[in-house]
Write a protein that binds this ligand. Structure first.
Ligand code: HEM
Length: 356
C-alpha cells in the first residue's frame, strides 16, 4: 500500500535544488563557461549542508516520527534557497548553521532513546558539522572548514553502517578500533584550526583508518558474492571504501592545500568517490523508507555506479598529472553520473508503483 507523501517531499525538493545548483557551480569552478549563478563560493555549502544535510535531517525526522525534528532539514533547505535567490549574505549561512544545530538537538533525543556506539557516532557527526558551520559563519574560508564538513559525512556514514546492522555484532576489538579512529579524526579537526597542514595530514591518516575499519568489518565483502541488490550495494560500498582510503593517502601526501588540482583530488575522492558511492548504494533502501514507495532493483543501476567511478578516475588522473582537460571532462562526467542516478531512481520508482 502506498503511503501518503508528507513534508519530506517538499524538503527533498529543496535538497534537490541545492544538489543541482551545487553541481552547476562545481562545473563553473572547473572552468566551464556557464550562464553565471555567481554562487561558486557556495558550491561546498550547497552540497554539504543544502543537499546532504537536508537529506540526513529528513532521514532522522522520518525515523523519529515527530514533527519538530523536521525543523532541522527545513532550516538547511531554506538556507540553500536563501543562497539561491540571493538573499543578503549572512541569511543562508545562518539558516544552515541553525539547521545543523537542529540535527544536534535531534541526536540528543536519539541518544537518550538509544545509547549505542552508532548513535554516539552520528551525534558526534552532527556536532562536528555544527562547529564547521559556525566557523564558516564566523568568516573562516571554506577550505578551513572542509575537514569539519568531511568529518560530518564520514562519521555519519560510519554510524549508519553500524545502525543498518550490516556490521554484525561488532566485537570489543572492532568497537575499540572504531573509537580510536574517531579520536584520530576529532584530533585532526581541532588541529586543522591551529595548524592546517598538520591537521589535514592527520585527517588523511584518520580517513585511511576508517576505510580499513569499514573494509574489515562491513558485511559488504561477503555480500559481493550474492546477486541483485545485495551485490550492487556491496559493490558501491567496497569501491567507496577504496576511494576513502585514496582520499586519506592523497591528504597525507599533499597536506594543507587550499585550492587547485591537488585540493580537488583530496576533496572529491572523498565527496564523490566515497560519499556518492554510499548514496548510490543506500538509495534503494533509504529512498523507500523516506518516500513510502518501493524501488525495484534494476541492472541499469550499475550504469551510474560505473560512470561515477570511471569519470572520477579520469578527473583524479587529470588532477594529479596536470592534465586540465582530463580534470574538466572528468567533472562533467561526474555530473552526468549523478543525473543518471537521479533518472534511474525515478524510473525504478515509477516501475515499482505501476507494479503495485
Ligand atoms: C559532481 C561534480 C563536482 C564538481 C565538478 C566539483 C568541482 C569542484 C571544484 C572545481 C572545486 C574547487 C577545487 C579547486 O580549488 O580547484 C570544488 C571544491 C569543493 N567541492 Fe566540489 N565538485 C563536485 C562535486 C562535489 C560534491 C558532491 C561535494 C560534496 C558533497 C563537493 C564539495 C566540495 C567542497 C566542500 C569544496 C571546497 C569548497 C571551497 O573551497 O570553496 N563537490 N568542487
Amino acid at each position: 500500500m502506498k503511503k501518503r507523501l508528507g513534508p519530506q517531499m517538499v524538503l527533498m525538493v529543496l535538497g534537490m535544488l541545492a544538489l543541482l545548483a551545487g553541481l552547476w557551480t562545481g562545473l563553473a569552478r572547473l572552468g566551464w563557461t556557464l550562464p553565471p549563478l555567481r554562487l561558486q563560493a557556495y558550491h561546498g555549502p550547497l552540497l554539504v549542508s543544502g543537499f546532504l544535510g537536508t537529506l540526513i535531517g529528513v532521514e532522522r525526522a522520518v525515523a523519529l516520527g515527530r514533527r519538530w525534528p523536521y525543523a532541522a532539514p527545513l532550516l538547511t533547505g531554506l538556507g540553500a534557497l536563501a543562497v539561491l535567490v540571493g538573499l543578503p549574505k549572512p541569511v543562508g549561512p545562518i539558516l544552515m548553521t541553525l539547521g545543523s544545530l537542529g540535527l544536534v538537538a535531534i541526536f540528543i533525543l536519539i541518544i537518550r532513546i538509544q545509547r549505542a556506539l552508532f548513535t554516539a557516532a552520528m551525534g558526534l557527526a552532527a556536532l562536528v558539522w555544527l562547529v564547521g558551520n559556525a566557523l564558516w559563519l564566523a568568516g573562516r574560508a571554506p577550505y578551513e572548514v572542509v575537514p569539519w564538513w568531511a568529518g560530518f559525512l564520514v562519521l555519519t556514514i560510519a554510524g549508519e553502517r553500524l545502525e543498518l546492522g550490516r556490521i554484525m555484532r561488532p566485537s570489543a576489538a572492532a568497537q575499540t578500533a572504531f573509537v580510536l579512529a574517531t579520536i584520530v579524526l576529532l584530533l585532526a579537526f581541532v588541529l586543522s584550526v591551529v595548524s592546517f597542514d598538520v591537521g589535514v595530514r592527520l585527517l588523511g591518516a584518520g580517513l585511511v583508518f576508517v576505510a580499513l575499519w569499514l573494509a574489515r568489518y562491513d558485511v559488504a565483502r561477503r555480500n559481493i558474492r550474492q546477486q541483485g541488490l545485495p551485490r550492487f550495494m556491496a559493490a558501491s560500498l567496497l569501491v567507496g571504501y577504496v576511494w576513502l582510503a585514496v582520499s586519506g593517502i592523497v591528504a597525507i601526501i599533499f597536506g594543507g592545500v587550499i585550492s587547485g588540482p591537488h585540493y580537488d583530488a583530496v576533496l572529491h575522492t572523498l565527496f564523490l568517490g566515497f560519499v556518492f558511492s554510499m548514496i548510490f548504494g543506500h538509495a534503494p533502501i533509504v529512498f523507500p523508507a523516506l518516500m513510502g514507495r518501493a524501488i525495484v532493483f534494476q541492472q541499469s543501476f550499475y550504469a551510474h555506479l560505473v560512470l561515477l567511478h570511471l569519470s572520477l578516475i579520469l578527473r583524479v588522473v587529470g588532477d594529479l598529472s596536470g592534465w586540465a582537460e582530463g580534470r574538466q571532462w572528468g567533472g562533467v562526467l561526474n555530473v552526468i553520473a549523478i543525473l543518471l542516478f537521479l533518472a534511474n531512481t525515478v524510473r525504478a520508482v515509477l516501475r515499482s508503483s505501476t507494479k503495485t
